[in-house]
Design a protein around this ligand. Structure first.
Ligand SMILES: Nc1ncnc2c1ncn2[C@@H]1O[C@H](COP(=O)(O)OP(=O)(O)O)[C@@H](O)[C@H]1O
Ligand SMILES: [Mg+2]
Length: 619
């Protein structure tokens, strides 16, 4: 006979038992459990009552189980004959059974509690016990361990590890001997005092390795000198050096290039006046005075551009603003009288500019003199002939810079920063605006990204909304590297926004030797506290009494001020987003053979240094 086919409805895989088999297996397991419990009770009861271990094996318990229902009143009778004499009466037997049951339950309970303890705290490495509110959920193990700050291990900074220089990423240094780089376009800020390898260890390597356009500020020539040859090999280099401090061939930039439209003139005027206010550390008032100053400066820039004049004309107009001759000249430039204006849009723009200007001219004397002072401050640099000479043509433009792996250096002498800051900030603003415009047009960050290295940012290029730039640049295709000395310096420039400026940079590097209390306090808070576990043992009664062991926790700054201050030159701390802080080894170019090679290659010669006076003559 053929076996019946397996039922298609069967849900049991082959080999697994059905309900009947499971029932039988369960019965066997229960019988085994009861047998084992009885065996243990018999053995212990025999030992207690009879003075020795009954010679009964587990295998004999099957018979005991069969006989026991008939002798519940005297359980000893169910045991093999040789053991019966050792066992106590019913009361003794059941008392032992109960005691053993209680013992097993207690052991089980302790085991469960112990397991939970291990799951919560690890093997004795957790923090102090916290009292839970009744009904509160048990905290998860991870929440407890994260309470203590700690230094990063290499595995913690996995996402930053790179095999070497990687296109589109700024290498920060090494963690545990492994190179680490900020993620693409994530802004970097370096805070360290002078002579701690900021320029040679961050700015120069970043510029050397960047494959794409770069805009770099340089005090005198330090950064320029070390990176210009390498950048000339990548693309075209132009140097905006208004005071001819570098001795290199200079290029010209004029704010008027963007002033062909009324909107453009307003943007440029705002950048110049806002930067001047920020450079003076005007704080919250900067915005107000920048807007007021813009009302006056924008029509002048627009008028000068329409007449193809230069910045010299604009400064002249500001200095003699009350003269009728000057006012007539500006009116005429805005095409108000002679009917030259054919284009309707242009006519509207001219009319708007003239109306704004008239409101300034007719303003009350005190306000007018404040506006003139604000604008004169912003254009102060153009009082210098060198600077004027450097503003005649528009050789430096955003279109040129972004057209390849080109480099624009902005050079300032150490003592002229305040006067030049408005120009630098306006120039950076012009290029940034073009980056944002291109990104908005495509909906994608520009590629390759623009590297923007602001060395000595607080002095040379106090971009008023640096906090915004640091947090939004990434989305537009702008890789920002900000270099400053300390938080006190940032505070002087950005006032209340100082901490936001630092916070908004994804990668924060603190160099060695910081003495500024504000900086130490800020980074101390950022790094957090680590828990130190202390175990102390004490003996009472002069050493003969009971020994007691006490465990306590103290919390100490992960990097106390003295540790931060005294850290070794050439090292730093990296705080990257929410990763644990890492100890960083810096990479001054002269310590790194591959960077040294880039620095020391033969210059192409396009911008090679020559007599500064000749450089000026050429313009
Ligand atoms: N080519 C070089 N070889 C050796 N040391 C150098 C070289 N260039 C600069 N240094 C040294 O590197 C140190 C840091 O310089 P730098 O990076 O300019 O400091 P920072 O920008 O932090 O003020 C200085 O002590 C300087 O003397
Ligand atoms: Mg420097």
């Amino acid at each position: 006979m053929r076996p019946p086919p397996p039922s298609p409805a069967s849900t049991h895989p082959p080999g697994a038992g059905g309900p009947a088999e499971l029932l039988v297996a369960g019965a066997f397991a229960a019988a085994f459990g009861v047998g084992a419990a009885l065996w243990a009770t018999g053995q212990v009861a025999g030992l207690i009552a009879g003075g020795r271990w009954p010679a009964v094996g587990l295998g004999e318990m099957a018979g005991v189980l069969v006989r026991l229902p008939g002798s519940v009143g005297d359980p000893a009778r169910a045991w093999p004959a040789g053991a019966q004499g050792l066992l106590p009466g019913a009361v003794g037997f059941y008392a032992v059974l109960l005691a053993l049951g209680a013992l097993v339950l207690a052991l089980l309970f302790a085991a469960v509690r112990g397991w939970e303890h291990v799951r919560e705290q690890g093997l004795g490495l957790g923090g102090p016990r916290r009292r839970r509110r009744p009904g509160a959920r048990r905290p998860r193990a991870r929440q407890r361990t994260e309470r203590t700050a700690r230094w990063a291990r290499v595995a913690d900074v996995r996402q930053l590890l790179v095999p070497g220089a990687e296109r589109g990423r700024v290498t920060l240094g090494r963690v545990g001997g492994r190179p680490v780089a900020a993620e693409r376009r994530q802004s970097v800020i370096v805070v360290a005092p002078t002579q701690t390898y900021k320029t040679t260890g961050f700015a120069v390597p970043a510029v050397l390795e960047w494959d794409g356009p770069a805009l770099v500020t340089s005090i005198k020539t330090d950064l320029l000198r070390d990176s210009v040859a390498a950048r000339e090999h990548r693309g075209e280099v132009r140097i905006f050096d208004p005071t001819a401090v570098s001795g290199y061939g200079r290029s010209s930039w004029t704010p008027l290039a963007e002033c062909a439209t009324w909107e453009g003139a307003r943007r440029v005027a705002f950048r110049l006046t806002h930067a001047a206010q920020a450079a003076r550390g005007a704080g919250g008032d900067a915005d107000f005075w920048a807007r007021q100053g813009t009302r006056y400066l924008a029509p002048l820039l627009f008028a000068a551009r329409r007449k193809e004049l230069t910045m010299r004309a604009v400064t002249g107009w500001v200095n003699a603003e009350a003269e009728d001759k000057v006012r007539a000249e500006i009116r005429q430039a805005l095409g108000a009288k002679d009917g030259e204006v054919a284009d309707r849009e242009d006519a509207i723009a001219c009319q708007a500019a003239l109306e704004v200007l008239k409101s300034v001219w007719s303003a009350e004397a005190r306000l007018r003199s404040s506006l003139v002072a604000t604008v004169a401050g912003a254009l102060d640099a153009y009082g210098d002939l060198q600077v004027l000479r450097c503003s005649r043509k528009a050789e430096i433009t955003a279109d040129w810079l972004l057209s390849g792996s080109n480099t624009l250096y902005l050079c300032a002498p150490a003592d002229e920063q305040e006067r030049l800051a408005p120009l630098f900030v306006a120039l950076i603003g012009e290029i940034r605006a073009e980056v944002y415009r291109r990104a908005a047009a495509t909906g994608e960050p520009i590629d390759p990204s623009l590297l923007l290295v602001l060395d000595e940012a607080a002095n040379v290029a106090p971009v008023p909304d640096l906090d915004v730039l640091a947090s939004t640049g990434a989305g537009q295709g702008l890789q920002l590297v900000t270099i400053v000395q300390d938080l006190a310096q940032i505070h002087r420039r950005w006032q209340g926004a100082a901490e936001t400026v630092v916070n908004n940079h994804t990668a924060k590097v603190l160099g060695a030797g910081i003495a500024c209390p504000r900086t130490l306090d800020y980074f101390g808070r950022l790094l957090g506290d680590q828990e130190l576990r202390q175990v102390s043992t004490s003996t009472q009664d002069g050493g003969y009494g009971q020994r007691s062991r006490t465990e306590s926790s103290t919390w100490r700054a992960l990097a106390p001020a003295n540790v931060l201050r005294e850290s070794e030159a050439g090292t730093g701390l990296l705080v990257y987003r929410n990763l644990p802080p890492a100890r960083l080894e810096l990479r001054p170019w002269f310590w790194e053979p591959e960077l040294r090679e880039l620095v020391e290659q033969a210059p192409v010669g396009a911008t090679s240094p020559h007599d500064p006076d000749r450089a000026v003559e050429q313009l």
